[in-house]
Structures are given as C-alpha cells and as structure tokens.
Design a protein around this ligand. Structure first.
Ligand SMILES: [Zn+2]
Ligand SMILES: [Zn+2]
Length: 321
C-alpha cells in the first residue's frame, strides 16, 4: 500500500489499483466512477470499463489512454454500480467496491476463484445485515402509499450515482415522477447504456412550470443533509417528506438515520454475511482487507481460519506479490 493506493508489482508488470493519480508506469485499474475511486490525474494506461470512463467524463474527469481490456487481465462485473468491475490477474482478485445481491438492474457479482483476495469491507461488522430487496420494496411502497393517501409529496434520496438509479427503477411507478436535475443527468446516461428507467421531469423545470404545486408527487434526489437549502425549501413549500436509502441506516451507532425523516437500509455494497460468503467462495489462501472495518473484518476471518490482514496505508512501501 502506497500513498497513491495499492500497487502490485511482479517481474514484468506494475499494477495500480484505483490509484489517486494514474501512474505513468504500468497499468492503472479504475474499478468504477465513484469519486473516491477516480484518479485526479492522467498518466500511463488506464484500464476501466467503457461505462466507467463515460460516467467519469460526465463527472469532469476525462480519461486519456483508456482501454477496456488488456491481455492477462480479466474485468469481473462487481455488481456495485453501472460499469463497476473487479480485477482478476495472476491469481489475485481485487474487488473494487462489490455487491453480490441483485437489486433492480444491478446483478450481484459472481466471485472468481483466486489465491489472493483484496477485498473492500465497508460493512465488515456483524451488525450490518441488510434486508432483502423484496422486503425493502414492500416496506417503502407501504410508506409511500400512506403518505400519498394524505396528499404528502415524497423525496427519495440516495447517492447520485448508483442508488438514485436503483430507486428510480424500483419506485418510479409512483407518479408523477420528478428527478433532481443531477439525478436526471445520470439517469439519462444509464438509459443511453440500455438500462430501462422510467422518465421523470427535472426539478428546475417542474418548479418553473408550477407542477410541484399539484400534490402528491415523488422525487428522486441525491443524498443531502436536512439543512440543505433545497430540502428545506421542498419541506416548507410543499410539505415534502424524505426517505433516505443507505447501508448505514442499519446501524444505531452511525448518525445517518437522523438526516432524513425515514431511512431504509439499502446498499450497493455487500453486507457482513455476503462479505464472508464471498471470501469463502473465492477460495483465497490470503485475504487483504481495505476500506471500512479492515481490522475487525480481518480479525473475524482469522477466527474462522482464513489467513487475513488489513492493508493499511504506509504499512508497506511497495506491496510486492
Ligand atoms: Zn463505490
Ligand atoms: Zn468506494
């Protein structure tokens, strides 16, 4: 683990996994287009899916020297967001961000066999066990139905890239559907890639033409604080109620639940049990943990007899395999 991220070196190749700055030497793998995984600088060859490079472009980062495939490297669908991939090379599998659960248009990852696994563990604590999508759909549909019955407009909130599209697909049948402009832009790019999402009117246009006066309505918006001006306006003008979608809603220790009127534990990451299952399925002899509860999850793996250690920044200067 270097300051620039994970660097794997063998005789012939240098492989940078989600580097902060794309390295001139070797291969730079960008797993997906969430900003914490996108490099801030070009350099060398970037290996990523076509969807990832187009979403990155929309978010203001143009990848130079981008390739979608390279000999000896397999990109594995990681089921996290559109275009998200893990990387399999030299018996090593790097998960990027990963989810093995089907959610709407996103299909859970199929885990390849490997000797060394480098896995994220965002929700690597045993308290994080998420309900099934069917259960979530039922709960949220009941909630919206109750609010609609009282003429109350509803704002569903989730990350602009990933969650917002899943929410649009799962609950967009509650009309009229409005989309925060930033969500609309991202939805359009998904539709361009063939993802079927219901169309909605952008919030600026809806407000301008007075459509929001006619209640109830449903809006999909990015995650925002309750102090956010837009949310406060939607609440004071239209009496809107907010429902937030996040894996953190599962925990009583983390404050997420207090940001929205209702919170639903839905995530684009594996929950604790899914992480453990994934590690077992991979058959890995050595598991390195990154992102999230790296110490706790590693400790749990050791307890069940799996050789594991966290990859913490600066523990090793160059991570040589
Ligand atoms: Zn991500
Ligand atoms: Zn991430």
């Amino acid at each position: 683990m270097t300051k620039n991220g994970i660097l794997c070196v063998n005789d012939e190749t240098r492989v940078n996994l989600d580097p902060k700055k794309s390295d001139l030497l070797g291969v730079n793998f960008v797993s997906h287009a969430h900003t914490d995984h996108l490099p801030s600088k070009n350099g060398g060859t970037i290996l990523s899916s076509i969807e990832t490079s187009e979403i990155a472009e929309l978010r203001g980062f143009t990848m130079e020297n981008n390739v979608e495939s390279l000999e000896n490297f397999s990109l594995i669908d990681s089921g996290h967001i559109l275009g998200a991939r893990g990387l399999l090379f030299d018996d090593i599998f790097y998960t990027g961000d990963i989810c093995t659960r089907n959610r709407g248009f996103l299909l859970g990852a199929k885990i390849p066999k490997c000797k060394t696994l480098i896995t994220e563990c965002t929700f690597g604590l045993s308290e994080f066990v998420f309900p099934s999508i069917d259960k979530i759909k039922k709960q949220v549909n009941e909630l919206i139905s109750g609010l609609y019955g009282k003429g109350v407009p509803v704002i569903l909130m989730g990350y602009q890239l990933g969650k917002a599209q899943t929410i649009t697909q799962l609950f967009g049948h509650w009309g009229p559907l409005y989309l925060h402009d930033s969500v609309k832009e991202m939805n359009l790019l998904h539709q361009k890639f063939g993802i079927s999402l219901p169309d909605g009117i952008g919030h600026s246009e809806a407000e301008k033409s007075g459509l929001l006066e006619k209640k109830p309505w449903l809006m999909v918006a990015p995650m925002m604080s309750s102090k956010n001006k837009f949310i406060q306006e939607m609440k004071s003008k239209y009496g809107a109620v907010t429902i937030g979608f996040s894996g953190w809603a599962q925990s009583t220790k983390f404050s997420f639940g207090r940001r929205t009127d209702y919170s639903i534990p839905m995530s684009d990451h594996c929950d604790f049990n899914e992480l453990v299952d994934m590690v077992i399925q991979s058959g890995a002899e050595k598991v390195y943990t990154i992102h999230g509860f790296v110490n706790e999850f590693s400790e749990h793996l050791r307890k069940i007899g799996i050789n594991s250690q966290p990859l913490v920044e600066n523990t090793l200067d160059d991570f040589t395999l």
